[in-house]
Design a protein. Structure first.
Length: 421
């Protein structure tokens, strides 16, 4: 088990475990990421998609789970291709894993070619202007690191139109084009019977077949479970890796990845008829015992999960039992009704479970009025972060980076393509 560098300060002669325990005690919440569960999820998706290659989408800091830690664990497990959203995300991933292919989904902007070449990553090009600018950079510098082409088949966000895609077919078939992947993105993959899926599949199959010799990719997490016709040469799961259900019409085949606990900072009792929290929207219907925990919406636990006199909100697990939230969730604190627990079952300093032990990401998303993707990517930076599994080799105690210090330079992989002159 290892922890985020910011979690563990330098200390004196205490053991690493003692330092970790002392550091965790200084935080109101602890977020634990199970890297073994992420690996197990990736392998399940890989097996489902055989013979297609299974990549991994680790944008948004690996959906809040830590891109460096996740990419290292998955790379050790055999993942050879990663997708991120921005060049800066790619830079952080490349510092963690020198060998795998990294695609940047956000597209190519003029004068950014050197950044791609410096860290040996590939832009996902979705516009003819981008393609022209990329070609200019490659001709000028001799860079041959490759790029993907994104074709829009119905999402109407990024991607070449079908007519633009047709226009570049002669360029592709002429050879030496530098395009290493052609891809599109499904609109409604989580809906098994959506007619949009079949339309997009037919459209993409037709256009991708004209990109002679270029691997194709269409399926996201949910798309993998639509079957072999959607899997092509490469699949790119994201949310499913982190425990979000890719098949919401059926049981979740993924393992839970994130466990979130918060500390009780105070136990208090109130009389029948007293209210709790901002606005006094929750009224005690009996003498009530409350546990106040040190997490709130500033930590990514959405205010929408609050309760009031007419609506029951989310639940947390205290001393092994589900207990309801009492009143509005505030920025830093949540009140929990623990009246039904045995005496002394919960005390100041004890930890309660907000996510895990049967409370899933999708359940929390339901209470938040959103999707699991947003739950994970919203989890804040005030938690102590702990990583377990994944063959983590970092020491428990690591020094913090000096404030304002420049990060170490990123070395080019030994087998990187030709760098620009």
């Amino acid at each position: 088990m290892a922890s985020d560098p910011k979690t563990i300060p330098q200390s004196g002669p205490l053991s690493a475990q003692a330092n970790q325990a002392a550091a965790l005690a200084a935080y109101g919440g602890v977020l634990t990421v199970d890297l073994d569960a992420i690996i197990a999820n990736w392998r399940k998706l890989e097996k489902t998609a055989v013979p297609a290659e299974c990549a991994a989408v680790i944008k948004a800091d690996a959906y809040g789970c830590g891109a460096a830690e996740v990419s290292r664990a998955l790379s050790k497990a055999g993942c050879k291709t990663f997708f991120v959203a921005t060049i800066e995300e790619a830079r952080k991933v490349r510092a963690a894993v020198p060998e795998p292919t990294i695609y940047v989904l956000g597209g190519y902007f003029q004068n950014t070619g050197e950044h791609y070449a410096q860290i040996n990553c590939r832009p996902v090009i979705g516009d003819l202007n981008e393609l022209a600018e990329w070609d200019v950079f490659c001709r000028r510098t001799g860079w041959n690191g490759g790029a993907a082409v994104h074709i829009d088949t119905g999402m109407n966000r990024l991607g070449l139109t079908l007519s633009d895609a047709q226009a570049i077919i002669p360029r592709i078939n002429a050879g030496d084009h530098g395009i290493t992947l052609v891809m599109s993105h499904l609109v409604s993959a989580e809906q098994l019977n959506s007619p949009v899926n079949a339309r997009q599949l037919a459209t993409f199959r037709s256009i991708a077949s004209e990109f002679s010799g270029v691997p194709a990719a269409l399926a996201n997490s949910s798309g993998i479970f639509l079957g072999a016709p959607f899997q092509f040469d490469l699949v790119r799961p994201g949310a499913a890796l982190y425990g979000v259900n890719p098949t919401p019409e059926a049981d979740n085949p993924m393992q839970q990845v994130v466990d979130l606990k918060a500390r009780i900072v105070q136990i208090r009792t109130i009389e029948r008829g007293e209210t709790v929290g901002y606005g006094g929207t929750w009224t005690a219907r009996r003498p009530t015992k409350l546990a106040i925990i040190a997490v709130g919406y500033a930590d990514g636990y959405f205010r929408a999960a609050s309760s009031n006199d007419g609506t029951r909100g989310a639940e947390v697990i205290v001393a092994g039992k589900r207990c309801p939230i009492a009143g509005r969730i505030s920025m830093d604190l949540i009140a929990i009704d623990i009246t039904d627990l045995p005496p002394n079952a919960a005390r100041r300093g004890h930890m309660v479970t907000l996510l895990g032990d049967g409370i899933t990401v999708d359940e929390l998303a339901h209470h938040f009025g959103t999707i699991g993707y947003e739950v994970l990517t919203s989890l804040g930076h005030r938690y102590a972060r702990v990583y377990k599994g994944g063959n983590v080799v970092e020491p428990l105690v690591k020094p913090e980076l000096v404030q304002g210090a420049e990060p170490p330079p990123v070395e080019q992989p030994a087998n990187s393509p030709r760098s620009p002159s």
